[in-house]
Design a protein around this ligand. Structure first.
Ligand SMILES: [Fe+2]
Length: 254
């Protein structure tokens, strides 16, 4: 059984009845739930933290390929980031996501694929970290955003699949309780899955300073090379109802 979805599902259901524009069943973690029940995968670790930011920030990463080349370039292992830098590319499609291992079109889903080409000393393409390009070529990262507050990561490796389910629970205005649940296929050694979960933890901390200090602009100035921010805003907008703006003006009534 997946432990994560219960409280979150309740919240979504509660909101679905009053504020959200529409409701849906949580589906993207269904196959994980099944594989845990059969023992084909196991629970690695759960971590919890708080972020002082709007609940959309993590999802908005999907529209920002450039920050993967800058903010996420340093290897997210303390003490190594200044020296070893990764090169990442991402591709995002709004309106679809993975359900039971298949890409399905659903209005409330978004799919995001990340590919690392390798790790390089001081970010110089001519100085690759030995074997990093060939190892990176074997790993695919696919993320499905399910609604406004959930993310499902799937890291496909030659050892098996490692998954992370991340829930973003608003507990106060601009304060999110974030829980990260890690799972791995039975074939993946626990230590490998655990180390990857640590890297994931450090990677999300790379964003913190930016996320917690952003200002909302209704009509942001976009420049050539920026990601599909307007597509993201349009997608995320479906999770607001007509009364959301009214509620937002009275923060204390949140
Ligand atoms: Fe990020």
């Amino acid at each position: 059984m997946i432990h994560i979805t219960a409280s979150h599902a309740q919240l979504l259901r509660h909101r679905g009845s009053s504020a959200l524009a529409f409701r849906w069943e949580l589906e993207a973690g269904r196959d994980l739930e099944a594989s845990l029940a059969t023992g084909d995968s196991y629970v690695v670790v759960m971590r919890q933290t708080e972020f002082h930011q709007h609940c959309c920030e993590m999802h908005m990463n999907s529209a920002d390929p450039y920050h993967f080349q800058t903010l996420h370039a340093p290897l997210p292992i303390p003490g190594f980031g200044w020296m070893i830098k990764g090169m990442h590319s991402i591709k995002t499609t709004y309106g679809e996501g993975e359900i039971d291992g298949k890409v399905e079109k659903r209005r409330h889903l978004t799919i995001f694929r990340e590919k690392t080409s390798g790790m390089y000393f001081f970010g110089k393409k001519r100085w690759p970290l030995p074997f990093s390009e060939s190892i990176a070529a074997l790993i695919d990262t696919i993320v499905t955003f399910e609604g406004p507050n959930m993310m499902h990561f799937r890291l496909v490796t030659p050892l098996g699949t490692i998954r992370q389910v991340k829930t973003i629970l608003p507990i106060e205005p601009f304060k999110q309780q974030v829980e990260m649940y890690w799972y791995a296929d039975r074939s993946v050694p626990r230590i490998i899955a655990y180390l990857l979960s640590l890297i994931g933890k450090f990677a999300v901390e790379q964003d913190r300073q930016v996320w917690e200090n952003k200002i909302y602009w209704k009509n942001p100035v976009m420049v050539e090379g920026d990601g599909p921010f307007m597509d993201f805003f349009e997608w995320y907008n479906q999770f607001y109802s007509e009364s959301s703006a009214k509620i937002g003006q009275h923060q204390l009534e949140w």
